[in-house]
Write a protein that binds this ligand. Structure first.
Ligand code: G3I
Length: 352
């Protein structure tokens, strides 16, 4: 898309408003917080909803495209190139001085069907390489970090804890090294992340995923694979917070940091289940769960940013058990863009 076309979608600069982004900018001048705040959003939300757009401009430092840089979105059919929405978001980021995090180069759930089936019948790395090459250099000036491999772990009965995906089946575990090395060759200064969920709880499932992640990071580092850090998605489930222990999580963060890896909390949100209680009580539970996780994360010197998977409940991807229950309230702003206790818990953690 040409610059003139992009500018057609450009958006008027909202008046300066007090928010997380500006308060951190001020704090930075005063030698303040090192942890940036990000959100995931969709281009159409930014382009069609001025109130939401202003809130994003006001609150966040780093933008992650929720859909627009995924392979299945960009190249649903072989040879198609749906890049306009990602171009529009990167244009928005440039215009408003936001940093961008690219999400995600390799993810089994966003692999187009045609690519997955080609990989399985004819494991040719050029299929993957063409996508990485198409997308990484295009956003070189604005995307400062990438999820290179997303969600590589699963309980599929393998001793290494790796997910049996089309990538693993076609190329073996070496697909991870190849993806990082290719991303590095195309984006020499970007920070490159492995990103996954399921590291939070003090149970055997999370323990197995933590162990698998530490072993993989250790092996990648040992072989000088250019991985800069670990993205811990941080989708919190209120049904499981009883098994969250701060000591266990802190120990995991320290092990990651000790390997020289940076840490992002990359997709933070809180999933509710109980909606038949007063809204104040729901919000307090969400805020408590936020503080429990983010206070520990903020105490880790390797933490560089916290990204919420959405800013406002208006666009939450999280469902509630019943259609009549309204919206899940697990994001910092409510559906009218008002700050909730979760917002304050988040801000407090970022200021630690
Ligand atoms: O926009 C179309 C709409 O036009 C169509 O009518 C509708 C019918 O299904 O689909 C809409 O697209 C959906 C899109 O979300 C927009 O809401 C896609 O089907 C749906 O697959 C897509 O889901 C996204 C999912 O990743 C898969 O890409 C979620 O929004 C997004 O929040 C989710 O994000 C993932 C991270 O990438 C990785 N970690 C987990 C996280 C949550 O699942």
């Amino acid at each position: 898309m040409k610059r003139r076309q992009l500018l057609r979608h450009a958006i008027a600069l909202p008046a300066a408003l007090p928010g997380l982004a500006s308060s951190r900018a001020l704090a930075a001048i005063q030698g303040g917080p090192r942890v940036a705040f990000g959100i995931a959003a969709q281009t159409r939300q930014l382009l069609t909803d001025p109130g939401f757009r202003d809130a994003v401009v006001r609150e966040c430092d780093i933008l992650t495209p929720e859909l627009e840089m995924k392979w299945g979105f960009v190249e649903e059919n072989q040879g198609s190139a749906n890049l306009a929405p990602a171009d529009q978001m990167s244009n928005f980021a440039r215009r408003f001085g936001k940093r961008m995090h690219g999400h995600a180069l390799i993810w089994h759930k966003s692999t187009p069907d045609w690519a997955a089936s080609q990989m399985m019948t004819n494991p040719d790395w050029r299929i993957i390489d063409a996508f990485i090459q198409r997308i990484v250099p295009r956003y070189a000036g604005v995307v400062e970090s990438w999820d290179v491999v997303n969600e590589p772990f699963a309980d599929n009965g393998r001793p290494d804890g790796l997910r049996v995906s089309p990538f693993l089946t076609a190329f073996g575990p070496d697909y991870i090294r190849r993806a990082f090395e290719r991303a590095r060759s195309l984006a020499p200064t970007a920070k490159l992340y492995l990103n996954d969920y399921g590291f939070l709880y003090d149970d055997s499932e999370s323990e197995a995923r933590r162990t698998a992640a530490l072993r993989l990071l250790e092996a990648l580092k040992k072989h000088s694979v250019p991985v800069d850090g670990l993205g811990i998605q941080g989708h919190v489930d209120l049904e499981r917070t009883g098994t969250f222990r701060q000591e266990t999580f802190a120990r995991f963060l320290k092990s990651v940091a000790d390997m020289g890896c940076a840490i992002r909390i990359s997709e933070f949100d809180v999933r509710e289940h109980e909606t038949a209680i007063p809204v104040e009580q729901r919000d307090a539970l969400v805020a408590d769960a936020t503080a429990a996780v983010l206070d520990v994360a903020a105490d880790c010197p390797a933490l560089v940013s916290v990204t919420c998977w959405g800013l406002s409940d208006r666009y939450s991807w999280l469902p509630l058990p019943s259609e009549t229950a309204g919206l899940n309230r697990g994001l910092p702003l409510d559906s009218d863009l008002r700050q909730k206790p979760m917002y304050r818990a988040l801000m407090k953690a970022l200021r630690r």
